[in-house]
Design a protein around this ligand. Structure first.
Ligand code: F6P
Length: 546
């Protein structure tokens, strides 16, 4: 057994699990009229109600003991202080500096990074103001009406999710498009809608070596040159965001349109950097800075609040309670806000690329489970698709429900109906329906005898399904910044407890390597002998049938 699973804190949780597992949350609520007060937390415009979890106050204490045992407080400081906590790449993890709105310096290798951060932010302001005002024109002198972000993973999911989430703050004069997949259908369908004279492409790639992004960028460039009839057009229609300035230059992007960031920003944590340029263009730099301020507020809370009143800590430790003691393997994220319809997709990379690790920081295999699958859909659509399994399936799926008190689009009864559904779902998941309750209902409907008995088991809900509810005032940039940083730091908390490196992603490399070997084989090269029988047949089938 590892140091973690042998620890007193872990062992205490194992013993406690045996006491909690048989209990139903109905009983816990009945026994404690102040349960909501005890197990909820307000910070700024966010309310976290975590009372509908299979915990008591004592569970919380034991979970915090485990976080302390894992050295969480010191690790939080190591993150903010720019230590090289990404040990396999020898990199610091300083996305928090990108949204540092205080005048505190942030030192990396003894040098304050804040002047560089502020310099790039002001370049983003100048550029986004110029494009939005029409001062930056295309090659033929027309104002830009469409921006196309070409990037993938962290260079796509964050900006895309935020642009969707804050759509109602956008200027109607500028549309944002995102092309990520190397499948030409995405680029082709996007270009169909565009006028080259008024389109600005932003090629976003931390490394500027990513195959999908460079392929899409080259095709977009060829389209632009063909439409506008000159290579010279590229200078006013292409911008780039990268840490690799040599590569952006050799791609031919005008250095005035290149926005830099640094290798201490992980791809999936980069929306706060110049990777957020599409956001700044879409909603304006002032709004982008409100987003940064919201994230900064959450960082300050994370750094300073006692662990038992600390939102990212509580959410992270609840995830550990379920994943490691109840052996759950997925976590649903269910926003009752249509603007957050890409939130789960964004969180998938954040959480699964960060914590999908099987060895600890020293390379030793772990003897406990780590990251879970994250998935979800905007409510109420999910209710009519997969909630059946959450309510009556055999697997327990802890779920986060997110909802705004105020709609961005008040319209008749819509918002009350939306929230009624949200609250009803968490209530139903918690309380369930007993056999006696189901029987009474069926009798009231006129059923009896064999007919009633046959239907009865299908009408029973075990309940006792854990949920968190996050309520916020409205989905404005500040609140969204808080929410994203909350999940980022939750992922950090879990990585610390599991003693894994949440900031590398070696697991994506093998597929990339093999794809680069298979590509020439699909293009008529000699098929290597190293392939297994299945892969060789697939390659041959493609070559024969294309
Ligand atoms: O921004 P880049 O360097 O193009 O990388 C894109 C994505 O690829 C990954 O490295 C995974 O393949 C992600 O971590 C990253 O966000």
């Amino acid at each position: 057994m590892s140091k973690l699973t042998l620890s007193t804190a872990w062992q205490a949780l194992s013993a406690h699990y045996a006491e909690i597992e048989p209990l139903h949350m109905r009983e816990l609520f009945a026994a404690d009229p102040a349960r909501f007060d005890t197990l909820s937390l307000k910070f700024g415009s966010l309310l976290l109600d975590y009372s509908k979890n299979r915990i008591t106050e004592h569970t919380r204490k034991l979970l915090i003991d485990l976080a302390v045992h894992a050295g969480l407080p010191a690790s939080i400081e190591r993150q903010f202080n720019g230590e090289k906590i990404n040990n396999t790449e020898q990199r610091a993890v300083l996305h928090t500096a990108l949204r540092n709105r205080s005048d505190r310096p942030v030192l990396f290798n003894g040098v304050d990074v804040m002047p560089d951060v502020r310099r790039v932010l002001s370049l983003m302001r100048v550029f986004s103001d110029q494009v939005r005002s029409g001062a930056h024109t295309g090659y033929t002198g027309r104002a830009i009406t469409d921006i196309v972000n070409i990037g993938i993973g962290g260079s796509d999911l964050g900006p895309l999710m935020v642009c969707e989430a804050l759509k109602c703050y956008a200027s109607p004069a500028l549309r944002a498009h995102f092309v990520s997949n190397v499948d030409a259908s995405q680029l082709t369908e996007t270009l169909k809608k565009l006028d080259a004279e008024t389109t600005l492409f932003i090629v976003s790639s931390k490394t500027f070596t990513t195959q999908e992004t460079l392929t899409n960028a080259r095709s977009a460039r060829a389209w632009l040159v063909e439409k506008l009839g000159s290579e010279d057009a590229v200078a006013s229609h292409f911008a780039a965001v990268s840490t690799n300035l040599a590569a952006t230059a050799s791609f031919g992007i005008n250095p005035d349109n290149v926005f830099e960031f640094w290798d201490w920003v992980g791809g999936r944590y980069s929306l706060w950097s110049a990777i957020g340029l599409p956001i700044a263009l879409f909603i304006g730099m002032d709004r982008f800075e409100e987003l940064l301020a919201g994230a900064h507020a959450m960082d300050e809370h994370f750094r300073s609040a006692p662990l038992e009143e600390n939102m990212p800590v509580l959410m992270g430790m609840l995830g550990i309670w379920y994943g490691n003691f109840f052996a759950t393997s997925s976590n649903a994220v269910l926003p009752y806000d249509q603007y957050l319809h890409r939130f789960a997709a964004y969180l998938q990379q954040l959480d699964m690329e960060s914590n999908g690790k099987g060895v600890d920081r020293d390379g030793q295999p772990v003897d406990y489970d780590t990251g879970m699958a994250v998935w979800g859909e905007a409510g109420t659509n999910g209710q009519h698709a997969f909630y059946q399994l959450i309510h009556q399936g055999t697997r327990m799926i802890p779920a986060d429900f997110l909802a705004p008190v105020h709609s961005q689009n008040p319209l008749g009864e819509h918002h009350a109906i939306l929230l009624a559904n949200c609250f009803a779902q968490t209530e139903a998941l918690m309380i369930g329906k007993t056999s006696d309750e189901a029987r009474t209902e069926l009798v009231a409907q006129g059923l009896s005898g064999a007919e009633l008995e046959a239907l009865l088991p299908h009408k029973v809900f075990s309940g006792n399904k854990p949920t968190n509810t996050l309520l916020f005032d409205r989905l404005d940039p500040h609140t969204l910044g808080m929410l994203i940083a909350l999940y980022e730091q939750k992922v950090f908390v879990q990585g610390i407890v599991w003693n894994i490196n949440s900031f590398d992603q070696w697991g994506v490399e093998l597929g990339k390597q093999l794809a680069s070997k298979i590509l020439p084989e699909l293009q008529d090269g000699k098929i290597g002998t190293q392939h297994d029988d299945s892969t060789r047949h697939l390659i041959e089938y493609y070559r024969k049938n294309r």
